[in-house]
Ligand binder design. Structure first.
Ligand code: G6P
Length: 606
């Protein structure tokens, strides 16, 4: 949420900052700004996209030290003045900030009482004024920032420059990510490695409470009590090519289309054909521990939570361990009972979602055993958990999650197989699942092959103001994710219900204006689902069915037929047509597919 970039080195900062901000735009995109230092601070900031900012940055915007920001508004509407960077009254200090300063109102009132005049409505501006005061009284910028942060309550990732110290940037982290990039006689910092990989693959993640001072020739990191900390650089696997659209019109379509490969990467090296088990070395758990869990509790936000519902069903079905999923934000605020015999699983593509991270920290505080299913290597959640499964799905840039969703479901299938095979799951069932998993990439390819037809269907259904999504048991989380995809990128109102719940209320909504997308796999619930379709059609509702075959009677207006796999793995394949449906509906309605309004990819605020 919000993107930060910082540069210090021999080159001009502005083009590097703008390029970095473009890479980070998916984190927030309502306004953007840059500041460079060159005999004073030079600032440009605008409401709108990074491309709008680039238009107002003149060619002669020279300065080899600078910071930049792309915003997702929390305090104050998107506007030129509320855009970051924010400057102190004397224009000596500039700050960019991600996160929320919770005591901003109180700090602002004190500053105003001292005669400070604020330019913006943001919580960030208090930091600029406070650091400027502290900079007058302290020898180094690092000290000034550290002392200021002691009076601040809230979450932040910040980057700060001082016109009077033109060779250094100070960054700090508490709850919002900051990554340093180590170059050749130049240093970078950003809120996400995406902004760095074009320049360096050597990165250092800051921990909460840490500060860093960056100069062209290197960096030093400090704890909040001014002790120097030792950091080991990490090499990032992803390069700049992973962040291109690769010839596709949108990142979303690229990421949907990549799923045969991303699924393959998630399972690569982890399936054992001989004993029909899954090898998950990263869990850091021996067989005894693995056998000892009596429950599994899964937490995540948004699509990650829905993939957790699919995961809970896979674990119950294959390992027969009671399992359930809950939104991480609900979990962390209800003072949950933390049980030593429960395996907690935190899911996050970015590894930075604040509510999920806070839930993990709460679990750890209370002695819970937590593993992570995470895509971003070295991210905060990955560092916090006791072990886990990396997705290896490559960076996901589009705000709506697609390939990370299916890779997470696949990781759950591996986890369920692993837990099942040290308990009751038979070798024959283990083999069935291993073989089923191997078939998935080819079958996803087959579903992708139906894109043109799904695009036609999307055009037909997109003009309706509302759509209902229904499914039973394995189909229900699929329906929820399908509705989520549609509403977030096309803004068509969509609701998901368990098919059996329809008659307990939402059936009242069904009629010619509200079509239903029905998830109807060829499983033990087929007949029950077909009955639901009859009920919908009897009320004049149109039905778009996704399943394994055309129903015998005319129970659906349109049917998307997908290949058959093992029933436990159905949710993965059933999800693909719904991603395509949402994508093409958004395109048909002329939406900004990769950057839907009001949303951001990494939600690093509470
Ligand atoms: C945001 C994104 C969603 C994503 C959720 C969780 O809301 O828009 O697509 O599912 O965050 O993100 P995570 O990185 O934790 O998986």
């Amino acid at each position: 949420m919000c993107g930060i970039v910082a540069y210090v080195g021999p080159k001009d900062a502005a083009p590097i900052l703008l390029e970095g901000l473009q890479r980070l735009e998916y984190r927030g995109y309502d306004s953007a700004g840059v500041v460079v230092s060159n005999k004073g601070l030079k600032v440009r900031k605008v409401k709108g996209r990074v491309a709008d900012l680039a238009k107002v940055v003149p060619a002669r915007f020279k300065g080899s030290l600078g910071i930049g920001h792309t915003r997702w508004a929390t305090h104050g509407v998107p506007s030129d003045v509320n855009a970051h960077p924010h400057l102190s009254a004397d224009e000596r200090i500039a700050v960019v900030h991600n996160g929320i300063i919770e005591n901003a109102a109180e700090l602002r009132a004190k500053l105003e009482a001292d005669g400070v005049v604020f330019a913006s409505e943001t919580d960030t501006e208090v930091l600029a004024h406070l650091i400027a005061h502290a900079a007058d009284e302290n020898d180094t910028l690092e000290e000034a920032v550290r002392k200021t942060l002691k009076s601040v309550v809230g979450t932040y990732g910040i980057a700060v420059i001082d016109a009077e110290r033109p060779g250094e940037v100070v960054v700090a982290r508490n709850g919002s990510p900051i990554v340093l990039g180590i170059g050749e006689k130049e240093m970078f910092a950003a809120s996400d490695v995406a902004a760095l990989v074009r320049y360096t693959r050597q990165v250092v993640h800051l921990e909460d409470g840490e500060l860093a001072v960056l100069k062209a020739d290197g960096f030093h990191t400090f704890s909040s009590d001014a002790r120097e900390t030792a950091k080991e650089p990490l090499t990032v696997d992803w390069d700049a090519g992973h962040y291109d659209t690769g010839g596709y019109e949108h990142y979303l379509l690229k990421e949907i289309s990549e799923q045969p490969e991303t699924i393959t990467r998630t399972m690569s090296g982890r399936l054992d054909e001989r004993f029909h088990v899954a090898h998950l070395g990263g869990l850091n758990m021996d067989a005894r521990e693995t056998r000892g869990f009596r429950r599994v509790k899964i937490i995540g936000c948004g699509s990650a939570y829905y993939s957790g519902q699919i995961g809970a069903q896979l674990i119950e079905e294959l390992a027969r361990i009671p399992s359930d999923a809950e939104p991480a934000s609900e979990f962390r605020y209800r003072n949950p009972v933390v049980d030593p015999d429960t395996l907690y699983v935190a899911i996050s593509q970015s590894g930075e979602t604040y509510d999920t991270l806070a839930a993990v920290q709460e679990l750890k505080r209370k002695g819970g055993r937590v593993i992570g299913i995470v895509n971003a290597v070295g991210s905060a959640i990955a560092r916090e958990v006791d072990g886990g499964i990396y997705l290896h799905a490559g960076p996901e840039v589009s705000v709506a999650s697609t390939k990370a969703f299916t890779s997470t479901c696949l990781a759950f299938a591996l986890l369920a197989l692993h837990l099942g095979r040290v308990r009751d799951l038979s070798p024959a069932d283990g083999r069935r699942i291993v073989e089923g998993l191997r078939r998935l990439p080819g079958q996803i390819e087959q579903v992708l092959g139906q894109s043109d037809r799904i695009a036609e269907l999307a055009k037909k259904y997109a003009p309706h103001p509302s759509m209902m999504f229904v499914g039973r048991v394995r189909g229900y989380p699929v329906a929820r994710e399908g509705a989520q995809k549609l509403k977030e990128i096309s803004y068509v109102h969509a609701e998901a219900y368990p098919a059996s719940e329809l008659k307990h209320g939402p059936l009242a909504l069904i009629g010619p204006d509200m079509p239903t997308v029905a998830i109807v796999p060829d499983d033990e619930l087929l007949d029950k689902n077909l009955t639901t379709l009859g009920e919908i059609r009897a009320r004049g509702g149109q039905v778009l069915m996704v399943g394994h075959r055309e129903p015998d009677a005319k129970l659906a207006d349109d049917v998307i037929v997908i290949p058959k796999n093992e029933i436990e793995l159905d949710p993965i394949l059933l999800t693909i047509p719904l991603q395509l449906l949402a994508y093409y509906a958004a395109v048909a309605l002329g939406r900004d597919v990769d950057k839907p309004r009001n949303l951001a990819k990494s939600v690093t605020v509470e």
